[in-house]
Write a protein that binds this ligand. Structure first.
Ligand SMILES: CC(C)(COP(=O)(O)OP(=O)(O)OC[C@H]1O[C@@H](n2cnc3c(N)ncnc32)[C@H](O)[C@@H]1OP(=O)(O)O)[C@@H](O)C(=O)NCCC(=O)NCCS
Length: 218
């Protein structure tokens, strides 16, 4: 399988290249249409141009949308639709453990040591960072992003575009509305409305008036 990163950011692109290598697959490179000047130049040699992509001069099987914020990944997906590019396999690190009864849509990425429980459902473009777990019967809607070390307990529902910060815990049966943000380290014990930001232990609503994580709505 040949993987292309779209919407490159150097550091996360390097992480994706590592996952691809662990899978024994081929990392073709990254099409960079985002601001990268201030993020170091470590992956510069693999930058590819949008015109090469548009003119079918790049040989790849599947795209990974690299950016973390859910709403930015949606913008990237929409840009590729304009180019009639719609090739999304699931990129799952070989150290991840995914229950055979879990339902994984397409364009999902999982970094090292992720665990997904029985009957869990992950919709398109969900991104799960390293060492996070998703409990049985939990549902992660489209473009949900889990930072590193997140624990999503059982029967949790995360709406489209929810962003969960590093190390947060979501208790069983909690529902989090679309485009809400969970701060790093929060322990969420009750439902969260759409577009809210919650922080702390137990989590409290810090704001309700956002447009989604970093201002981008899914
Ligand atoms: C929750 C979050 C999105 C809020 O960001 P923000 O809108 O810029 O908010 P601010 O930094 O202005 O903080 C607002 C208030 O919440 C508090 N706060 C922010 N994040 C917090 C957190 N994770 N836990 C507890 N309190 C937090 C701040 O101390 C501040 O309190 P104050 O109003 O009493 O001074 C952000 O702090 C966060 O936790 N992001 C997660 C990042 C992450 O884990 N990324 C993983 C990728 S590797």
């Amino acid at each position: 399988m040949k993987w292309l990163v779209y919407g490159a950011r150097p550091l996360y692109t390097a992480e994706i290249a590592e996952i691809v290598a662990r899978c024994g697959d081929t990392f073709v490179g990254a099409v960079d249409n985002m601001e990268t000047e201030d993020q170091g130049a470590s992956a510069e040699s693999s930058w590819l141009s949008i015109s090469d992509l548009a003119n079918e001069r790049i040989n790849f099987d599947s795209v990974v949308l690299s950016a973390g914020p859910p709403g930015i990944r949606k913008i990237l997906r929409d840009e590729l639709r304009e180019l009639n590019i719609d090739r999304y396999e699931n990129l799952i690190d070989p150290t991840a453990t995914v229950a055979s009864s879990a339902r994984i849509s397409s364009g999902v990425s999982m970094n090292a040591h992720v665990v997904v429980g029985a009957e869990a459902a992950l919709e398109e473009f969900v991104q799960i960072n390293r060492s996070s777990s998703v409990g049985h019967h939990s549902r992660l809607s489209t473009f949900v992003t889990l930072g590193p070390g997140v624990t999503v307990a059982s029967s949790v529902s995360l709406g489209a575009g929810v962003f969960v910060g590093a190390g947060a815990t979501i208790l069983p049966h909690v529902t989090i509305g679309a485009n809400a943000t969970v701060g790093a380290g929060a322990v969420v014990i009750e439902d969260v409305p759409a577009f809210a930001v919650v922080v702390g232990h137990p989590a409290r609503i810090a704001r309700t008036d956002t447009h989604g994580y970093l201002g981008y709505t899914v």
